[in-house]
Design a protein around this ligand. Structure first.
Ligand code: FES
Length: 316
């Protein structure tokens, strides 16, 4: 899936534990276009594939800008980027892909927590370029962690910074959403407690007005745990036929039987393992497909999603 060879043209500290990377074509060619909310999958040593949101100006085809947060207790990708990536290095990357699209709306409320600012920053830039009304609330644990502060400051009071330590509390999500009016779409990206709060206190909004990009999977309540029954999968092209037991994912069963399916997060967050469904009814348990778009969808993310029907036929 890696299709671009990009050169790191700039590396600098953007905030505490946040690195800003700029990537260009080594020969100076224009880069493929991207839409706000898009990300790059970056191939790192040790078969690590990591997804980073593009936070630069979508109109700027000369470079991609990434903000990479150092993940405490992460799986090594952010440590590598923070510790090893230098200007002049080449990185293999996917073309931009988008699981977090900015839909047409009268106006936008962006709610960012920590490194979740990155996809929302590209959205802000797009809104500015297209004359769309927007506001942003950007929460961090402490002021040193405010990434892209100088750029965000230019937009005056449309950006509200919130430092938990100074305020003595996290962002007051109920207050933010209490003033919601029809036509406003809410986009949220950040740590799970913030996302959960926006889901909870935004429950009165139409489902299609709330948009999330998850960086880590929220803990599922016991009642939402995957169904206890196993199910069958058939592979249309290669002819395999397997049972997926309750304690294994489709991806694991495929791997155990020698099938190579691209993957990255294995948590239903990134979309890399998307697979076409030819027959049967998937049970979508991912955090990529918006709930309003799942009905009748003929693709699924096989690292987490399962089956409502007894059998699924996959285009593999
Ligand atoms: S590997 Fe990321 S969604 Fe499946």
């Amino acid at each position: 899936m890696t299709e671009l060879n990009l050169r790191v043209s700039r590396v600098e500290a953007e905030a505490r534990d946040v690195l800003r990377l700029e990537l260009v074509d080594p020969a100076g060619a224009q880069l493929p276009p991207f839409e706000p909310g898009a990300h790059l999958a970056v191939q790192l040593p040790g078969a690590m594939l990591r997804h980073y949101s593009l936070c630069g100006d979508p109109r700027d085809r000369s470079r991609y800008v990434l903000g990479v947060g150092r993940a405490a207790g992460g799986r090594g990708g952010s440590d590598y980027v923070h510790g090893q990536v230098r200007e002049g290095m080449d990185l293999r990357c996917s073309r931009p892909a988008n699981n977090f699209r900015l839909v047409e709306a009268d106006s936008y409320l962006f709610i960012a927590g920590g490194i979740g600012i990155t996809p929302l920053l590209a959205m802000v830039r797009w809104c500015e370029a297209n004359g769309k009304p927007w506001s942003l609330v950007y929460g961090v644990r402490s002021r040193q962690r405010l990434a892209f502060y100088e750029e965000l400051r230019q937009w005056g009071d449309r950006v509200r910074f919130h430092c938990d330590d100074e305020a003595g509390a996290p962002i007051a999500v109920p207050l933010l959403l209490a003033d919601w009016t029809p036509g406003v779409h809410v986009y949220c990206c950040g740590p799970a407690p913030l996302m959960n709060a926006v889901q909870l206190h935004g429950a009165h909004l139409p489902a299609d007005a709330l948009h999330f990009e998850w960086f880590s999977a929220p803990a599922a309540p016991a009642s939402e745990a995957p169904a206890a029954e196993g199910f069958a999968i058939e592979l249309r092209r290669s002819g395999g036929c397997y049972t997926v037991p309750p304690d294994r994912s489709i991806l694991e069963v495929l791997e155990e039987n020698g099938h190579e399916v691209p993957f990255s997060c294995r948590e239903g967050l990134c979309g890399t393992c998307e697979t076409t469904v030819c027959e049967g009814q998937p049970e979508h348990l991912d955090y990529v497909y918006p709930p309003a778009e799942r009905e009748g969808l003929r693709t699924m993310l096989v690292c987490v999603s399962r089956a409502k029907s007894e059998r699924l036929v996959l285009d593999l």
